[in-house]
Design a protein around this ligand. Sequence first.
Ligand code: ADP
Ligand code: TRP
Length: 321
Amino acid sequence: MKIILTGIQPSGTLHLGNYFGAMQPAIELQDQGQAVYFIADYHALTSVTKADDLRRFTFDVAAGFLACGLDSHRTILFRQSDVPEVVELAWLLSVVTPMGLLERAHSYKDKIAQGAETSHGLFAYPVLMAADILLYNSDLVPVGKDQKQHLEITRDVAQKFNDRFGPVFKLPEPLIREATAILPGIDGRKMSKSYGNTISLFGEEKEIKKPIMAIKTDSTPIEQPKQIEGTVLGQLMQAVNPAAYKDFVALAATPGTGYGELKKKLLAEIETRFRPFQEKYRHYVSHPGEVEAILRDGAERARTIARPVLEKARHATGLSR
Ligand code: ADP
Ligand code: TRP
């Protein structure tokens, strides 16, 4: 059975962009093979600086995935740092990783350009990611387009290791989500926590209503028809309820329909679609022990895959006899 592996960083509160861009596609892939999904908390340490935030975001991703339909019996869900073997493997890989490969990494260069403080962790981020992927013998790695280069680095590093020490690692194939549209935030830019333009996935009604009512619209007067195809309002509706999209466009084009009414309709659709997930999420919030038990069990299962791979790598390098 093919191993499908992906990681999601616990670096903020989940929003609709995360759901449509990463969580829903991962959940859909669960029955295509053995899914191995983890919460990349070691990686998040490159940006999250408060311990309580890291714990909260980590819980949020785990509970969020479970609430949205991740099946923890079938899928292995775990916290990256519960299998610290990955850090040892990252070191073994780092000795075959050319500096130039990391210096050319877009994500590193982008972060520096945005004024992030440089750190060895940020620089070595792709090596840890390669270790995540190679430690679990992954066949397929579903990721967004922004992670494409990290997959290329992973394959390069695996090949270099195999060339130097013998055939240890399987070369993974990326599964790039080309088709997933970038969900816009309420200001029209990509929905992203760094832009403060998100609609929360599990927020209370007020928290969801406020950004929706603040969605940027033009000043077409109420009595004139509105063209909402391609606008933020239109794109969000299309993602949330594709079946209702045509009627929504028609309603907007009906003279007398105001943007306020359209926003309320979108809000209602979001509530209908995500209410069952929110109820499950709240269940986990009041039973955090259940989430913890699932993560621990996931880590145990992940370890049974990881240990022999690490041992093989240690043996190939001469670290173990
Ligand atoms: P943010 O931009 O809020 O920091 P992340 O970079 O942590 O979000 O994204 C986590 C995952 O969610 C990634 O796989 C990313 O591709 C996906 N994602 C985030 N925002 C969007 C969006 N607006 N549209 C589609 N996918 C998104
Ligand atoms: N870097 C990925 C992101 O920011 C998260 C991640 C960490 C990951 N390790 C991984 C994704 C391994 C796929 C495989 O989205």
